[in-house]
Design a protein around this ligand. Structure first.
Ligand code: BYC
Length: 325
């Protein structure tokens, strides 16, 4: 996208003209890049979404991290460690993408630690058994891929490019989860029961990851106009259900929804009502693990202060040595 220079002094008429040009570029599918002029509202909207996405990856390491020491085999442990490291990497790309919009990582982390910023509701549920680790890969990464494939075409360039790489890694995450759950579902009756129990607990929270119904989604209208969203919350949720039910059938597991049935007319599955009261309670900070998750992040940040200070001191020494040479 050719750079749109913002003049020193912008009048209201100029601003309207700049906004019209900005929208016209979006309408011809031209991506927005960091040095382009953009409306202040777009900049803030993107910081909101990208930073919340980064926080989700960052907090999302915790439920699985809980199981590193208890992975049943060395192979499973190595795969789980690699997956969790990928999630730290995803958070890092996303924080960097948000920084291109003029915010700082310190500010974003402060907003997370103070409880001001949101992160995905799904990470406020506990991981009680090893089957939960398989289910997170299968359902949570599966849902994340459905959402993120759509975001590969989002309008803000650095975010869209981060999504391409993240989606590749998420496919590995989904497969490692599906492999764990396949082993359990096809194993001893106790293992199959463990897999079913995990599916019972994670199914509805996974559907909630896509956000409220379209009619109750305040950000959707502008997100579509600015081409941040390409598909609606409900459309993506439906796609996830249609993709996942045949997988559950293959596993011999039953989704905990008595209203679920194939609809021959629409060629999709109809499914039951989501408990939106639970969703909003969790989003507002009152889920089973909200307090633990934020406490864990805050203390990791405090305990890591010496690493950040050491890295800065080292960089300072290198700079000083270079300028003295
Ligand atoms: N949880 O107007 P709406 C991963 C909020 S991590 C919490 O529809 P929007 C992984 C929403 O923010 C990948 N809050 O919003 C990592 C808004 O509040 P604000 C996670 C939610 O933005 C480790 C309000 O509700 N993926 O893959 O148009 C291990 C109204 O909603 C949620 C992303 O972050 C929720 N579930 O649409 C394993 C994807 N849903 O901000 C895996 C990026 C809604 O106005 N984000 N809210 O105060 C998005 O695509 C969109 O932000 C959403 C929501 C579809 C989530």
């Amino acid at each position: 996208m050719a750079e749109v220079e913002k003049p020193e002094l912008v009048t209201a008429t100029d601003e309207a003209a700049l906004e019209a040009t900005f929208q016209a570029r979006l309408d011809t599918e031209t991506r927005v890049e960091p040095r382009d002029w953009m409306p202040e509202k777009y900049r803030k909207f993107m910081i909101r979404q990208i930073s919340q996405h980064a926080h989700s990856e960052y907090v999302g390491m915790l439920p699985e991290g809980n199981w590193i020491t208890r992975a049943p085999t060395l192979r499973r442990k190595a795969a789980l460690l690699a997956k969790i490291q990928d999630e730290a990497g995803h958070a890092a790309y996303l924080y960097s993408a948000a920084e291109t919009l003029g915010t700082s990582r310190d500010q974003m982390l402060e907003d997370l630690h103070s409880g001001k910023a949101k992160y995905s509701s799904i990470f406020n549920y506990p991981t009680l058994t090893w089957a939960d680790i398989g289910t997170i890969g299968w359902l949570v990464d599966g849902a994340a891929i459905v959402n993120q494939v759509a975001l590969c075409r989002t309008s803000y360039g650095p975010y869209a490019r981060a999504m391409v790489r993240i989606c590749k890694e998420e496919s590995f995450h989904q497969r490692q989860g599906f492999e764990i759950i396949t082993t359990l579902a096809h194993g001893a009756p106790e293992q199959k029961a463990m897999a079913q129990d995990a599916l019972n607990r994670w199914w509805w929270p996974a559907l909630m990851m896509f956000g409220p119904h379209d009619a109750d989604s305040p950000n959707s209208e502008i997100a579509f106009k600015w081409k941040v969203k390409r598909q609606s919350n409900d459309d993506l949720r439906q796609r996830f259900v249609d993709m996942t039910i045949p997988q559950a059938d293959y596993l011999g597991l039953t989704v905990p929804d008595p209203d679920l049935k194939w609809n021959g007319e629409t060629g999709q599955y109809d499914f039951g009502a989501i408990d939106w009261e639970e969703f909003w309670r969790v989003v507002k900070g009152d889920g089973l693990c909200n307090r633990d998750r934020l406490d864990a992040r805050r203390s990791a940040h405090e305990e890591g202060a010496w690493v950040r200070e050491a890295a800065l001191a080292h960089a300072g020494k290198k700079r000083a040595a270079k300028s003295a040479a």
